[in-house]
Design a protein around this ligand. Structure first.
Ligand SMILES: Cc1ncc(COP(=O)(O)O)c(C=O)c1O
Length: 417
């Protein structure tokens, strides 16, 4: 019997059948029985530098021994939070200047970004600008804002209306944003989008999409938020998704890769336009913050993680691995029940055919269990496919092994479908 309530799980099925991981090293983890697996999803897209990095543990422990944390409300701060904020803006964004507002993960980052966007307009007397627009298939976390913005309908089901001032547009047509802005003239605060849609299926933007979105947001005077919770800190072979696609948003949200998941940390990076408004003499405070905003040990882990990424050239490594990912994953598209394999950066989504999905409810999740039985950890994405997002340190041989394990899992499911 378990008393641990798992996320996104039907507990009746999980109770007594939990998959418990006890140890990790590089791209590999081991379960309670000592069985080895390749972690093809890097946990939930986060273990960028790989498992077992004692250096991050040492940095967090040293910070805890000195000062576990000191909060960042009012004029208070701690050293790792100051240093990490500085380093993120300077080294990881396209911004000439900016400011970081920390929280504990991606969902808090999305809440912070949406509140900040609304406050940005209300401070300027434009109280009617309250709507946040998101994209079909998008995932922005599970707090009230992220749930309300969800482009995955199942994630909204059964909660009723949470934040009503939210709207969705098609994922691939910038004109849909323009048309929506025509209909809601003067009422929209911001548009939010993932550079590459992650949990919705690993879907890269159409050519030129982000430049069009930047143009529209500028012309129509709404803020442009990039949700970089998955793409940020190197996952697409560039500093951020927005730097890969050559656009400068107004606000960036981040989490996961900033610490490689060693400790919970996330936040919002406000670009110069947003920062300057709140930094101006006499500007009101942004009345927002969390107990663990800028937690010192988490920020120390973040600094150690970024040290590893820099020292080992892991962003460039992702760019080098990108064609290898495409090469090892492409053949999976030959399996009868696979409709499409999409790859970008160190990401892939394997989507099943509508026929097999219609005939077998829960097919993708069951295929992920079969892949695990074949020694490769993945998970179902939006009920339509499988996730591939390995650690940046994965070797080309391990990438091929992962693809083979996924194939074995999918073929095992095809045999029973
Ligand atoms: C794009 C995006 N935004 C927000 C979140 C929410 O992050 P968290 O689960 O850390 O709250 C996620 C999580 O996967 C995500 O992929």
């Amino acid at each position: 019997m378990t008393r641990l309530w798992h996320g996104f799980a039907a507990m009746g099925a999980v109770d007594g059948a939990e998959f418990v991981v006890t140890r990790g090293e590089g791209a590999r983890v081991w379960d309670q029985a000592g069985r080895e697996y390749l972690d093809a999803s890097a946990g939930l897209w986060f273990v960028s530098v790989g498992h077992g990095r004692g250096e991050i543990a040492d940095a967090a422990a040293a910070q805890m021994r000195k000062l576990a944390t000191h909060h960042c409300f009012f004029d208070h701060a701690n050293e790792p939070a100051l240093e990490l904020a500085d380093r993120i803006v300077r080294d990881w964004t396209p911004f000439d200047d900016g400011a970081v507002f920390f929280g504990s993960g991606g969902s808090e980052a999305v809440d912070t970004a949406c509140k900040l966007a609304r406050r940005f307009w209300s401070v300027q007397g434009q109280e009617s600008k309250t709507i946040i627009i998101s994209r079909q298939h998008s995932y922005h976390g599970m707090n009230a804002y992220g749930t309300s913005l969800a482009g995955i309908p199942a994630n909204l089901e059964g909660f009723g209306t949470m934040i009503p001032e939210t709207l969705r547009v098609r994922w691939d047509e910038a004109e849909d944003l323009e048309e929506t802005l025509d209909r809601y003239e003067g009422r929209v605060a911001a548009y939010i989008g993932e550079p590459v849609i992650g949990a919705g299926g690993v879907i890269a933007p159409p050519e030129g999409y982000w430049k069009e979105i930047r143009r529209i947001c500028t012309e129509r005077d709404i803020l442009f938020i990039q949700d970089e919770v998955i793409c940020g800190f190197g996952r697409l072979g560039d500093r951020m998704g927005c730097t890969r696609y050559g656009v400068e948003p107004d606000i960036i949200t981040f989490a996961k890769g900033v610490t490689s998941g060693y400790l919970p940390l996330g936040g919002v990076i406000a670009g110069p336009r947003v920062k300057d408004l709140f930094w101006a003499p006499g500007a009101p405070p942004f009345r927002h913050g969390f107990t663990y905003t800028g937690h010192a040990a988490c920020c120390a882990a973040g600094l150690a993680n970024l040290d590893i990424i820099d020292r080992e050239g892991l962003v460039a490594r992702v760019a080098e691995l990108e064609p290898i990912v495409a090469e090892v994953m492409a053949p999976l598209a030959d399996i009868d029940i696979v409709a499409e394999v999409r790859t970008v950066g160190l990401l892939a989504g394997i989507e099943f055919t509508p026929e097999v999905l219609a005939a077998n409810p829960g097919f993708a999740d069951k295929a992920s269990v079969k892949s695990r039985e074949a020694g490769v950890i993945t998970r179902g994405l939006r009920g339509v496919g499988l996730q591939f997002s390995p650690p940046f340190v994965t070797t080309p041989d391990e990438l091929a092994e992962m693809a083979a394990g996924l194939r074995a899992g999918i073929e095992a499911m095809a045999a029973v479908a």
